[in-house]
Ligand binder design. Structure first.
Ligand code: SF4
Length: 173
C-alpha cells in the first residue's frame, strides 16, 4: 500500500494533509487503524533527505516524559523535564536516547506534550526535528508543523512506563 501511495504522490497527488490522505485511503479500502501509521510513514519519507542533510546542531529531539523512569524526580520547567542523569539513568530510556543524541550535537527536550513542543519550536526555530510519541501526538504534530521531521511511534504508549525501539532512534540519529 505504501508503494502505491508513493506512486500516486509521484504523479502529483497532494497528500500533505491527513484529511486528503484519509479520504483516498478509505476509498482504497485501507482499515482506519492503519491510516495514521501510513500517513506518518509517508511524511517521514517525504522529509527524509531534508532531515538527514541537516546538521544535528540545528535539529531538536523531542522525547515524551513517559519514557523516563516512573520514579523520576526531576522537575518540570518551561523547557520540559530537565534530566540530571540521576542514579537510575542506566535503566532510563529517556536518558539513553538523550545522552546519545547530545553526544552527536542534538538538543534534546523531554516534554509532557505537544503544546510545549510547539512553544519550544517557535522559540528555538530548529531546522528539523525528531519526535518520539504515541500515534495521536505524532499525527497532531505532523498536521501542525511545517518543518522537516521524523517521527518514531512508541511501541507501548500510556502515561508512564512507555517503550520505544531505541535501536530505531539511534539509527536515525
Ligand atoms: S535519568 Fe533523567 S529522566 Fe531518567 S529518571 Fe533520572 S533524572 Fe529522570
Amino acid at each position: 500500500m505504501k508503494r502505491l501511495m508513493q506512486k500516486i504522490i509521484s504523479m502529483g497527488a497532494d497528500f500533505s494533509t491527513r484529511k486528503a490522505l484519509k479520504s483516498t485511503l478509505r476509498f482504497l479500502g485501507v482499515k482506519p487503524e492503519n491510516i495514521d501509521r501510513l500517513y506518518m510513514e509517508l511524511k517521514n519519507d517525504f522529509y527524509r533527505d531534508a532531515f538527514m542533510k541537516t546538521s544535528p546542531k540545528y535539529k531538536i529531539v523531542f522525547l515524551p516524559q513517559c519514557l523516563r523512569n516512573s520514579n523520576c524526580k526531576t522537575k518540570l520547567t518551561k523547557f520540559g523535564y530537565v534530566c540530571n542523569g540521576c542514579g537510575n539513568h542506566n535503566a532510563c530510556k529517556a536518558y539513553r536516547i538523550k545522552s546519545k543524541a547530545e553526544s552527536l550535537g542534538y538538543r534534546v527536550f523531554i516534554t509532557p506534550g505537544g503544546s510545549m513542543v510547539l512553544k519550544i519550536i517557535k522559540k528555538l526555530k530548529p531546522r528539523a526535528i525528531l519526535g518520539v510519541a504515541c500515534m495521536k501526538e505524532i499525527v497532531m504534530a505532523m498536521e501542525n508543523l511545517n518543518i522537516p521531521g521524523h517521527a518514531v511511534e512508541l511501541t507501548r504508549d500510556g502515561c508512564v512506563n512507555t517503550d520505544v525501539k531505541i535501536s530505531e532512534i539511534l539509527r536515525i540519529l
